[in-house]
Design a binder for this molecule. Structure first.
Ligand code: DGT
Ligand code: CA
Ligand code: CA
Ligand code: ZN
Length: 574
């Protein structure tokens, strides 16, 4: 029996005990499992020489159990636990909002053993009468199931980012670690994240691990070893950490940032140059000598490259560009001078114009565009023409009250109707500074029909920006059929900008589309589509996506000040 097999048995014991709501023991079993897993000698040998109890985390009771496993190939205690706890309960715990205690209650009270059963019970409102449960609990759990199903286990960048940031901030503020960084898809800014990877650099692995697991939001330490730890946070999210020695910091950060495809391509360049690249460093193949590893810059330098921004490490031409010294100078959040898509309580937003103005000034913006919904969009409280006129006055008044601190653009997010006409007459549209045309209805058209619909709207001469151009909502709605090349050609001809909608479940245009727009010479307008001033923060996710699409300042409309923007829109006062 391999050490890993013995360890697996104890990990399962820990999981099952946890489901039963047993305190402390799961942690102890996991600790023992982790130590056994990492033994360099076969457990059999350690056991025979009577040294088992010297293994960290292994006490009298575990020694006995290990001996039983070695002798019989099984553990009676585990067999009994398995009978008490049905296997599906582990799956239940993967639902956000369902912890081990809830899962066990659901099993004992209602006989629920898997997600299918749980769904059925929820639809029949069986949970609300249980002690400690209620209608709200039912709704939350149902929502949790939906999230689980729709994302295929992946979370939105906008969900993962704040969790990771808070963790990293905590680790940095400890002052103990030499280096702390996120890695993986999160560092590359992908729109969805499979798991959160954090890297900590310190030459004493024990100290690094203790610091990582001491984060107050940690609910449980799932695994803890000298190079890798895994914790589950109170909210249910799992976070992995790698512990890295300082001399390998750069190499490890490079490796664990990925992408895998980028790493594979870089490594094969290394092979041709006579180098071996790993998470420990760059080594000379023949002598095995370490030649780089402390920083990412140092690692890439060996290959004759500058360290490129993580967002473009997708093996999409960035290695050649770096080699030729032609890396793009990507747009940055600090370069964004204003937000071009904000809703207020005049339609379906919850903040007042004044609140938006104050928040935009606080963000240091030069301008903000108020763009509420047009009349057809009844569910979003779209505004009739008379109300638009009133709002124009209100916006001008708010601008005056701001005393020159910020420029307000009067705008509207105007529906592109099924026939490609815009949802207001030209007499209204011509008085708006910014017209964002968006598709909000009749999504199921053929590719030709949808493309024609949008191209017709762009040809109206009234539209400035095509809002969330592909219409997708991540994990909820597929993009509509669209001949994107044709739409770009029409945008180029009419001078219409493509929006990069920064709402975390939209990110539309997405990264690859941004790059296509750039190549077609079509400008991008980043907007948050805020419905509350707290959403103004989402600008960062738009910028990250723009960077993944290789966009530079010159490709992004709102890196310009108010005057520059005004000059490029059809209706703005000079
Ligand atoms: P995710 O978590 O699915 O959103 O995507 P990543 O990119 O974060 O992938 P993950 O968490 O599996 O691994 C983190 C990084 O580790 C990945 O971006 C590159 C590196 N890595 C993982 N597996 C391999 C591999 O087999 N080969 C190479 N070269 N690198 C790998
Ligand atoms: Ca990851
Ligand atoms: Ca990972
Ligand atoms: Zn919209």
């Amino acid at each position: 029996m391999e050490n890993a097999d013995v360890a697996r048995i104890f990990y399962e014991v820990a999981d099952l005990l946890e489901l039963q709501g047993v305190a402390f023991k799961p942690v102890a079993y996991r600790k023992a499992a982790s130590s056994l897993e990492q033994l360099e000698e076969p457990i059999q040998k350690v056991s025979e020489s009577g040294r088992l109890k010297e293994v960290p985390g292994v006490g009298e009771s575990i020694v006995k159990k290990v001996e039983e496993i070695l002798a019989t190939g099984r553990l009676d205690y585990l067999d009994r636990l398995r009978k008490e706890v049905p296997s599906g309960l582990k799956e239940l715990v993967s639902v956000p909002e369902v912890g081990p205690k809830t899962a066990m209650t659901l099993y004992k009270e209602l006989g629920i053993t898997d997600i299918e059963h749980l769904k059925e019970a929820l639809l029949n409102h069986k949970l609300r009468d249980l002690k400690g449960f209620g209608e709200k609990t039912e709704e939350r759990i149902l929502q949790g199931i939906r999230i689980l199903e729709s994302r295929g286990g992946r979370m939105l960048l906008g969900e993962a980012y704040p969790v990771a940031k808070a963790y990293v901030d905590y680790l940095r503020s400890s002052g103990i670690l030499k280096h702390v960084s996120v890695a993986g898809s999160l560092r590359r800014g992908k729109e969805t994240i499979g798991d959160i990877d954090i890297l900590v650099g310190h030459d004493d692995a024990d100290v690094a691990t203790k610091t990582f697991t001491s984060y107050p939001e940690v609910d449980e330490v799932v695994m803890s070893g000298p190079t890798k730890s895994s914790v589950r946070l109170r909210g249910g999210l799992q976070v992995d950490a790698r512990v890295v020695a300082t001399k390998s910091w750069g190499a490890a950060l490079q490796y664990f940032t990925g992408s895998k495809e980028h790493n594979v391509a870089l490594r094969s360049i290394g092979v041709r140059m006579g180098y071996k690249l790993s998470e420990y460093g760059v080594f000379e193949r023949d002598s095995g000598k370490l030649i780089a590893g402390a920083s990412e810059e140092e690692v890439y330098k060996v290959f004759g490259m500058a360290a490129m921004p993580p967002e473009i490490r997708e093996n999409g031409g960035e290695l050649d560009a770096a080699k030729e010294g032609k890396l793009p100078d990507l747009v940055e959040l600090d370069h964004i001078r204003g937000d071009l898509h904000v809703h207020t309580n005049w339609s379906d937003g919850s903040s007042t114009i004044k609140e938006v103005v104050t928040a935009a000034i606080k963000r240091g913006y030069d301008y903000v565009c108020i763009s509420d919904h047009s009349q057809s969009l009844k569910i979003a409280n779209g505004m009739a023409p008379e109300k638009v006129r009133k709002q124009l006055d209100a916006v001008r008044k708010a601008e005056d009250e701001a005393g020159g601190e910020i420029r307000l653009f009067t705008g509207s997010e105007v529906d592109i109707k099924a026939d490609g006409t815009l949802d207001y007459p030209n007499s209204i549209l011509k008085d708006l500074d910014v017209v964002i045309g968006s598709v909000h209805s009749r999504f199921k058209m053929s590719k030709d029909e949808m493309s024609e619909r949008i191209i017709r709207a762009m040809g109206s001469g009234m539209m400035d920006i095509l809002g969330h151009p592909t219409g997708r909502v991540i994990g909820q709605r597929e993009p509509y059929e669209l001949d994107f090349g044709k739409v770009l050609a029409a945008a180029k001809e009419t001078g219409v900008f493509m929006e990069l909608n920064s709402f975390p479940d939209r990110l539309d245009l997405r990264d690859v589309h941004c790059r296509l727009a750039k190549e077609a010479g079509v400008g991008i307008a980043v907007g948050t589509d805020s419905h509350n001033i707290s959403h103004l923060e989402n600008m960062m996710f738009g910028v990250i996506t723009a960077r993944r699409g290789w966009l530079e300042d010159k490709d992004v409309l709102n890196t310009m000040g108010a005057k520059g923007v005004a000059a490029r829109l059809h209706g703005v006062r000079g």
